[in-house]
Ligand binder design. Structure first.
Ligand code: PLP
Length: 460
């Protein structure tokens, strides 16, 4: 494709290396330029509206035009646009936000460490666990177990936790000491005749076997998203976490909940941990913490984890970890205002009110010939496209079924996310019933178009 000289598209192709993008394909097709947002909609540079059924990257919880967040940022910019929190320095937005998060935590937590992204939060969790075990004299207890298709970020260590297919090849990852246990997706990995309960037991047994194979004295922590997001929105069976946590307890392995997507109401409770019955020792969160208007993330640690860390920092002279932007005051002020809005508008109550309709429309997609499974909780959901419903046979990846549906959705003014042949939906939490109808009406059209394109390609 040729781009108009010096147009935004031409300049994008000339200068911008895009994350999670096929760079060569991008040179040909150029960018989709989003110019502005309003509520649950964004508009491209031609003025075409799209219902943003992914809230960006599972994150713009309050939609794309919350003026109170703009004001909170502006006010803080005018007062103190930057200060750090190293070496005993502090500022009120950071202090207030730390206190607020500890009070909101799903289990008693002791301290908050602030970072700039979900990846940094998980990297920090890894480092704090290593520091903690060194402080306790358990120098061999350093390995991490995550799950295949789990997503925890892209920095070197967090990418090592991540278990999705594109994050290791070409990058010399994962690092040693990062293991991936079974994915608790019953539809895909449940065996013939196996009940969900039996499947959950097998998943916990797999984890236990991995801990035993590695040596329990070498395994430090297990990390999980309460509901897996980027791996395809996987809701584990009911008793999965109960069984998993029993295994972790048995071998003194810490439980880290990655609430980067699930936190702040997404699953119908304030935390995914509450929805899924998880009692974490460490919790990481980001994204909806500030409705993603500014980058900020947090790691919460229990007092049992904090105390040895505090002692080690005294013994070593300093906790040698921190970011220039840890608790950035403008980001913290926006996060505080976000949390205030969640409370004042009862965002969790709103999610509980609209999610039955969202889930009803989501699950109704099972009637479409392309859909093999629908799954979700609260305002997160996904459908899985299959070539044969009865056998669950997927399409040949070369057919690009998910990409075709994704493209058709975009044409209909709907932004979704294709994860292979899974299509995910995580709209802003402020979505209402009629917008949910609009979303799924467009999705049905996209599936019809996708099916027609697949049939056409097969006939050709
Ligand atoms: C569950 C989870 N953890 C961590 C991350 C990484 O966050 P970031 O992209 O802010 O580094 C993501 C990003 O999507 C995520 O979904």
């Amino acid at each position: 494709m040729s781009f108009q000289p010096n147009s935004p598209a031409a300049r994008d192709v000339a200068y911008f290396l895009h994350p999670y993008t096929n760079a060569k394909a991008h040179e040909e097709q150029g960018p989709m330029i989003i110019e502005r947002g309003e509520g649950v909609y964004v508009y491209d540079d031609a003025g075409k509206p799209y219902i943003e059924a992914m809230a960006g990257l599972w994150c713009a919880s309050l939609g794309f035009s919350e003026s109170r967040l703009v004001k909170a940022a502006t006010d803080q910019m005018n007062k103190l646009p930057y200060y750090h929190t190293f070496a005993h320095k502090a500022h009120l937005p950071g202090i207030d936000l730390a206190e607020r998060l500890i009070k909101l935590a799903p289990v008693p937590m002791s301290k908050v460490f602030f970072c700039g992204s979900g990846s940094e939060a998980n990297d920090t969790a890894i480092k704090l666990v290593w520091y903690y075990n060194n402080a306790r004299g358990r120098h061999a207890k350093k390995k991490f177990i995550s799950r295949m298709k789990g997503y925890h970020g892209v920095t070197i260590a967090s990418a090592s936790l991540t278990g999705t297919p594109v994050n290791h090849p070409g990058f010399d990852l994962p690092l040693a000491g990062f293991k991936h246990t079974s994915n608790p997706h019953y539809y895909r990995f449940g065996q013939e005749g196996e009940t969900e309960e039996q499947f959950a037991t097998r998943m916990a047994n797999d984890l236990e076997q991995m801990i035993l194979d590695e040596g329990p004295e070498t395994v430090a922590a297990f990390i999980a998203e309460p509901i897996m997001g980027a791996g395809g929105v996987i809701v584990p069976p009911k008793t999965y976490y109960e069984k998993v946590q029993a295994v972790l307890k048995k071998y003194d392995v810490l439980m880290i909940a990655d609430e980067v997507i699930c936190g702040f109401g997404r699953t119908g409770n304030f935390w995914g941990c509450e929805t899924m019955g998880i009692k974490p020792d460490i919790l990481t969160c980001a994204k909806a913490l500030s409705s993603s208007y500014l980058p900020i993330s947090a790691v919460m640690i229990s007092d049992d984890v904090y105390q040895p860390i505090a002692q080690a920092s005294a013994d070593l002279g300093v906790l040698g970890h921190g970011y220039t932007y840890s608790a950035h005051p403008v980001c913290a002020a926006v996060a505080l205002e976000t949390l205030k809005i969640y409370e004042e508008r009862d965002i969790v109550g709103h999610v509980q009110a609209v999610s039955p309709h969202f889930q009803k429309r989501l699950h109704a997609l099972i009637d479409h010939p392309l859909i093999g499974e629908t799954r979700g909780r609260g305002l997160i959901g996904a459908v899985e496209i299959v070539a044969d419903k009865a056998t669950k046979k997927p399409f040949d990846p070369k057919a690009g079924a998910g990409a075709l549906v994704n493209k058709a959705a975009t044409e209909h003014g709907l932004i979704v996310r294709a994860i292979g042949d899974n299509i995910a939906f995580t709209p802003p939490l402020i979505i209402n019933d009629s917008q949910i109808d609009e979303l799924f009406d467009k999705m049905v059209k996209a599936l019809d178009d996708g099916q027609a394109a697949l049939q056409k390609a097969k006939a050709a």
